[in-house]
Ligand binder design. Structure first.
Ligand code: DGL
Length: 259
């Protein structure tokens, strides 16, 4: 039993899409969200730099008493998860990766689209998963150029957002993709624009956040880390940017998180 918080980390606002699922699936647990903010976006930074930023973030969350870390960022997972698990070997660290497996297992058209950042798409993790589950399936990957900036600047519901989403998705839609994987935790914030671009086509949009929240629950049980009965959960936010960014995280979390 451990009443410390679960640390949830992203380059910025995106990981709140995972925070929302964690809060829903694990209502007895305290959550400490770290949205870097200062160094966002991570998507086209060199892997070594992302590892350093992820390391500093994990350290900051451990200093605040976190018992388990969810790296709620596909890009940081791709660049740093092996490093973090080796360095913090007694700490359970959960990573995020594009939900290529369920998409490949359920596609009927045999064409799967994957949207993610440049760094996630050129990482070994994505290559391995695509090779493992994508045999006989056409996987069309595209970087969501500009997506993260739109979400960070609260522009996800603008015509500009829809144009940006259309530009990234048109190739996969034209090829007949019937599953589109959101491989970046910022992208679920663009779902209204994504749905408008999909229109009435029979395409399922898949992201990993609910599965990650379930997996986190299993790890809490496995390591005996569940909060005690009667623990009153707290929801805290921190950033390497300024106080106004922290306020933005709080506002976005609760706007998105209310059931
Ligand atoms: N939210 C992140 C991800 O899941 C990173 C976005 C970025 O900073 O480029 O990949």
């Amino acid at each position: 039993m451990n009443n410390g918080p679960i640390g949830v980390y992203d380059s910025g606002i995106g990981g709140l899409s995972v925070w929302r699922e964690l809060r829903r699936a694990l209502p007895g647990e305290s959550l400490l969200y770290l949205g870097d903010g200062k160094n966002c976006p991570y998507g086209s930074r060199p892997a070594g730099e992302i590892r350093r930023l992820a390391d500093e973030s994990v350290q900051a969350m451990l200093d605040r008493g976190c018992k388990l870390i969810v790296v709620a960022c596909n890009t940081a997972t791709a660049a740093a998860i092996d490093f973090l698990r080796a360095k913090y070997s007694s700490l359970p660290v959960v990573g995020l990766e594009p939900a290529v497996k369920p998409a490949c297992l359920t596609t009927r058209s045999g064409v799967v689209g994957v949207l993610a950042t440049e760094r996630s798409l050129d990482g070994d993790l994505f290559r391995r998963t695509a090779a493992e589950y994508g045999s006989g399936i056409e996987i069309i990957a595209a970087a969501g150029r500009g997506f993260v900036e739109l979400v960070e600047n609260n522009l996800e519901n603008t015509p500009e957002a829809e144009e940006c989403v259309r530009a990234a998705m048109s190739g996969m839609i034209e090829r007949g993709a019937d599953r589109i994987v959101l491989g970046c935790t910022h992208y679920p914030f663009l779902l209204p624009a994504i749905r408008r671009v999909i229109g009435d086509r029979d395409i399922e949009v898949i992201d990993s956040s609910a599965a990650v929240a379930r997996h986190t629950g299993h790890l809490l049980d496995k390591y005996g880390l569940r909060a005690g009965e009667g623990h009153v959960p707290s929801y805290e936010f921190m950033t390497f940017a300024d106080e106004s960014y922290c306020e933005l995280l709080r506002l976005k979390a609760f706007a998105a998180g209310e059931p």
